[in-house]
Design a protein around this ligand. Structure first.
Ligand code: ADP
Ligand code: MG
Length: 392
């Protein structure tokens, strides 16, 4: 089995979805939409401190085709990456019978969107196909939500702006699967743009397209394929530690803090761990802003240095890395054609993101496969477009 996932491409997925739709429902779909997965380049563990994130959309997509029906039922088939098919059906929501979360678990990602679609929607049939790996940290969840929302826009002729769409899909994920996610995933999946990263200000929720012309470079995503089972308290504990630092500085969040403020915290005899967390947040905010700035001038050498610094900080100061992620970054460090690498996502497993010359990707993959103690999977990509309606 290959350890590299190659994006199948829209045309292949569209044909697969159309064929399945015709075979299942005995007619042709009338609308189609597709939405990408994403990876965060830098800005880790600072979203909850009102900092910045800088994700890109990937060429891996979830594609959905559909048509309205007159049965009042929402009927869905999803063909998973493994080839396995899952189905669900539920009555379209009405004022007296709104939708509620419930099994099967995957259907909640769709139900949440249907429940939050402005003006409501009657019955419809749909087929979903995807080459976004599920549960790998590339946000297959936002991809299915935003694709579904956009399909409903196509079917009903009613649409909302991109920010509103992202917020409604976030609300859907909060309410139905019950995942209290931030706004990053739905933002980038909605607003991603080819050859651009999206700088999202987690305080104002404004975003800015940052040109990212990679030329002969690619973004290599390496999945460590480990996810350490933790107690579940790591994330809230770090949030609380960052808030404690902000409170001591009399700031609403660490967004407003400066590097000199670390001295103030020391003078207050602040706990060593809280100090480390604050140092990470203050420096990671400034690294993320700098990456966005230097990327415009294609200074990928500096971007790479900042990637390594970010990883080091997440590992030593925030303490959210793990031996496998550290090992992968160490294997990559200094390899030919590499500009920089870092863990991406919440940590304790998941993926490493690397900027590397296209011509060196194969050698780098071989090096990782032979030296990494686990089993990696690779996704080679460049910044891609966000959600779109497709012509049928
Ligand atoms: P990630 O977003 O990192 O891929 P999540 O746990 O947030 O991981 O979301 C993965 C879940 O989303 C899956 O377990 C499944 O329930 C649902 N999901 C995502 N894409 C699809 C799809 N194409 N078909 C059915 N369910 C999907
Ligand atoms: Mg997700």
């Amino acid at each position: 089995m290959s350890n590299e996932a190659i994006a199948k491409g829209e045309a292949v997925l569209l044909k697969q979805a159309r064929d399945k739709f015709a075979a299942t429902f005995g007619r042709q779909p009338t609308a189609a939409a597709c939405a990408p997965g994403r990876v965060n380049l830098i800005g880790e563990h600072i979203d909850y401190c009102e900092g910045f994130v800088l994700p890109v959309a990937l060429p891996f997509v979830t594609l959905i085709v559909g048509g309205l029906n007159s049965t009042g039922e929402c009927r869905l088939v999803s063909i998973l990456g493994t080839g396995e098919e899952v189905t669900t059906s539920f009555p379209a929501p009405t004022a007296s019978a709104p939708l509620k979360p419930g099994p099967p678990a995957w259907a909640n990602y769709v139900k949440g969107v249907v429940a939050n679609f402005p003006g409501g929607v009657g019955g419809f049939d749909a087929v979903i196909v995807s080459d976004v790996p599920m549960g790998a940290g590339l946000s297959s969840s936002a991809a299915i939500e935003v694709a579904t929302f956009t399909l409903l826009e196509g079917l009903t002729g009613r649409s909302v702006g991109p920010v509103e769409k992202a917020k409604l899909c976030q609300k859907a994920e909060h309410e139905f699967p019950g995942m209290p996610c931030g706004i990053m995933d739905q933002y980038i999946v909605t607003m991603g743009k080819k050859d651009h990263a999206l700088l999202i200000d987690c305080r104002s929720l404004e975003s800015q397209q940052i040109p990212m012309q990679l030329g002969d470079l690619v973004v290599l995503v390496t999945n460590s394929n480990v996810k350490h089972q933790l107690t579940g308290s790591e994330y809230p504990t770090r949030r609380a530690q960052c808030q404690e630092a902000a409170d001591r500085l009399k700031l609403p969040s660490l967004r407003g803090a400066k590097i000199e403020d670390l001295e103030k915290l020391k003078q207050q005899k602040c706990d060593e761990v809280v100090l480390k967390r604050a140092k990470h947040v203050i420096e990671e905010i400034s690294r993320t802003e700098e990456v966005a700035r230097v990327m415009k001038n294609k200074d990928f050498k500096r971007v790479g240095e900042l990637f390594y610094q970010s990883h080091e900080s997440l590992s030593k100061l925030m303490e959210v890395s793990c031996p496998e992620l550290d090992q992968i970054v160490n294997i990559i460090r200094g390899a030919p054609g590499v500009y920089g690498a870092r863990m991406t996502g919440g940590g304790f497993g998941g993926c490493v993101v690397t900027l590397v010359k296209k011509s060196e990707v194969e050698n780098l993959k071989k090096k990782i496969v032979s030296e990494y103690k686990g089993t990696p999977t690779f996704f080679v990509s460049q910044p891609s477009d966000g959600v779109r309606l497709l012509k049928l």
